[in-house]
Design a binder for this molecule. Structure first.
Ligand SMILES: NC(=O)c1ccc[n+]([C@@H]2O[C@H](COP(=O)([O-])OP(=O)(O)OC[C@H]3O[C@@H](n4cnc5c(N)ncnc54)[C@H](O)[C@@H]3O)[C@@H](O)[C@H]2O)c1
Length: 245
């Protein structure tokens, strides 16, 4: 059965050139959405958009840069007319033990993973309130519950969960739902930074015995972006293969 849950809907997905973001964009498109792919690499976003469909749009934008975000969303609104769905997926890691972490590692991770989410929400909330409709899903991480070498990333992702819950409360009366997804280890480029031996150890501790797939995350994002989740807001769905029960 082909679902058409997003027929007539427009969606913006950040960090959509690869990995989970790309899988989300593909899934939303396959179910009928017109998608706008945002990525710090405009070229990679363009290539990704072409892989999805000719009507998929691509934009170069650094989500941590307020000016870049406001200019990009102005363009998105000009091109698509509205934004029904926002998937805040762009994220980075710069791992180091806290006593060795540089100011730059701290600042960059907070700027992209936390400020990036807030910047993009800021760009869509006024119009969503006016439309009395909106679906926002923010990519957090189980690192929010603590992980070695990730004080910066864990702090940013925990803050994303707190941000999600507060924004959900503020926006509920405008029929805007705001939810988070906290994955553990998903098989994308982001994991290439983890040494193979360490990764093997991580996988052996996952009850389902494997890494998650970007498409499995896209299925959760699609649920949160669809009206199937109309009574779900302020939630954080953990996708960890059973690691966090
Ligand atoms: N892969 C995992 O195991 C995992 C686990 C938990 C959470 N997550 C989260 O899921 C999201 C996606 O992760 P992924 O594994 O697909 O990562 P990825 O590295 O494969 O893709 C991230 C994308 O974001 C883009 N990006 C980076 N900085 C940006 C910026 N400043 N502005 C715009 N785009 C930017 C990159 O160019 C890239 O295309 C991230 O928020 C990540 O923190 C991933």
């Amino acid at each position: 059965m082909i679902l058409e849950r997003f027929k007539g809907k427009t969606a913006v997905i950040t960090g959509a050139a690869q990995g989970i973001g790309f899988a989300c964009a593909k899934r939303l498109h396959d179910e009928g959405a017109i998608c706008a792919l945002i990525d710090i690499s405009g070229e990679a976003a363009q290539v990704a958009a072409q892989k999805i469909s000719p009507d998929t749009k691509a934009y170069a934008c650094d989500v941590s840069d307020r000016k870049s975000v406001s200019c990009t969303f102005e363009q998105v609104y000009n091109d698509l007319g509205k934004v029904d769905i926002l998937i805040n997926n762009a994220g980075i890691t710069r791992d180091a033990m806290f006593h060795k972490m540089t100011d730059d590692q701290w600042d960059t991770v907070l700027a992209v993973n936390l400020n990036g989410v807030a910047n993009c929400c800021k760009a869509v909330i006024p119009a969503m309130r006016e439309a009395n409709y909106g679906k926002i899903a923010n990519l957090a991480s189980v690192s929010a519950f603590g992980n070695l070498g990730q004080t910066n990333y864990g702090a940013a992702k925990a803050a994303v969960i707190g941000f999600t819950k507060s924004l959900a409360k503020e926006c509920a009366r405008f029929n805007i739902t705001v939810n988070a997804i906290a994955p553990s280890y998903i098989d994308t480029e982001m994991l290439r930074a983890v040494p193979e031996k360490v990764l093997e150890k991580f996988i052996s501790a996952i009850p389902l015995g494997r890494l998650g797939l970007p498409e499995e995350l896209a299925a959760i994002a699609a649920f949160l972006a669809s009206d199937d989740s109309s009574f779900v807001t302020g939630e954080c769905i953990v996708a960890s293969g059973g690691s966090y029960m």
